[in-house]
Design a protein around this ligand. Structure first.
Ligand SMILES: [Mg+2]
Length: 391
């Protein structure tokens, strides 16, 4: 019997080399929670929540630390066998409503710990390796058409397989001009998408999507607010471009409603949105059963934050058919390949390898991540307290 004897939450802030611009949002720094779960033999599992954002998940560093520190650690984790991840996930869903980013962070640290206890990489716990590396898409921050197009050209040259634009830099006409400029640059065969992050209403979405028809977009992600599944179904019937759901598709019952209403052509997952690796595997099974392709995004985060997606995306066969545009470490460090990232500048000392638009999960037990303890000290979020919970 192995049991959990200590749970520690650390608030960390990581500055971005280049701001990410989205509607009403300009991200210049990532506020995340690093979680350490310690077993009685001294083995420690690590998880990183990735960026917290009030508008996407509604969770903050403070809420994640309070939920884990006040409820999940004392009532579920301490004294429990850390290998019983399915049991712990079921208890979290029973005792805690929503808060999937907090639950996911716990699920990540448990998988890292279990992999270390068994001496295997996490992808071995998830079914074993299906492919060597996950194909990546590149996410373009909103901006001036010529600047976004130049970045897209570089991403194409590097080897990325999808180019995703964010809207909201200027007016609607500016967004439309940006999409035209990027299509002209990457060519007619490139896989080109746009993510509206739920910031359009039905009429606006219909207008813009029709105006973008000549650009041949491969998909539009979350055109309407997360709650408007009926609107997505109506919109989908009116436009030629495939509609993908991100914010609308969180829990399995959301997926079921989307599928029942035929409200989308495909899905985006983020592991923090779905609530961790256990719940993401259920999610992918339902998507597979419904014939819905899945791409994987990220909350923007460190090499540790990216690792759960990296391991899932080489081990789940349905997932490997989609793209893993989980490029948080590259967005933080302002580069398209990990060889350009200076060691010691990230929560992870050994960031997973990103090369020519492919990402390789680290080898070694668990996520294979060496934690950068000095970075956790120097980048502890100013004015916020961590938490250590023991019996
Ligand atoms: Mg999205």
């Amino acid at each position: 019997m192995t049991k959990i004897v200590k749970v520690e939450c650390i608030p960390v802030s990581t500055p971005l080399k280049k701001p990410v611009i989205m509607p009403n949002t300009r991200i210049t720094s990532i506020d995340s929670v690093v979680l350490k779960i310690t077993a009685d033999d001294g083995t420690v599992g690590f998880g990183d929540s990735g960026d917290t954002s009030s508008w996407y998940r509604g969770e903050l560093q403070e809420s994640i630390i309070a939920m884990i520190g006040n409820v999940i650690a004392p009532r579920i984790l301490l004294g429990e066998d850390p290998r019983n991840i399915e049991k712990i996930v079921a208890k979290m869903d029973l005792l805690v409503r929503d808060n999937n980013q907090a639950k996911a962070t716990v699920d990540f640290a448990l998988h890292d710990l279990k992999g270390k206890l068994f001496g295997v990489p996490v992808y071995e716990l998830l079914g074993g390796r299906t492919v060597d590396a996950a194909r990546q898409g590149w996410v373009l921050s909103a901006g001036k058409p010529e600047d976004v197009a130049a970045e897209a050209a570089l991403a194409k040259k590097t080897g990325f397989a999808l180019f995703k634009m964010k809207i909201g830099y200027g007016t609607m006409a500016d967004d439309i001009a940006m999409v035209h400029a990027v299509r002209d640059t990457v060519g007619p065969d490139a896989y080109l998408t746009i993510d509206a992050n739920g910031f359009w209403d039905y009429e606006k979405a219909l207008h813009i999507i029709r105006r973008l028809d000549p650009c041949g977009l491969d998909l539009i992600e979350q055109p309407l607010p997360h709650w408007d599944i009926e609107g997505m179904a109506r919109l989908r019937a009116q436009v030629r471009t495939p509609i993908y759901a991100d914010e609308s598709a969180q829990e399995l019952h959301h997926l079921k409603e989307i599928i029942d209403r035929r409200a989308c052509d495909g899905l985006f997952i983020k592991l923090q949105k779905a609530g961790g690796l256990v719940k993401s595997q259920r999610w992918l099974t339902l998507a597979r059963l419904s014939g819905l392709p899945v791409h994987c995004g990220c909350m923007i985060g460190s090499g540790l934050e990216h690792s759960p997606a990296a391991h899932l995306w080489v081990s789940n066969e349905w997932a490997t058919r989609g793209l893993n545009e989980s490029i948080g470490p590259l967005m933080i460090h302002g580069t398209m390949e990990s060889k350009n990232i200076e060691r010691g500048t990230d929560i992870a000392l050994n960031i997973p390898k990103f090369e020519q638009g492919l990402c390789y999960p680290n080898e070694g037990p668990g996520f294979g991540i060496e934690l950068n303890e000095a970075f956790l000290v120097s980048n502890k979020t100013a004015g916020k307290e961590g938490r250590v919970v023991t019996p």
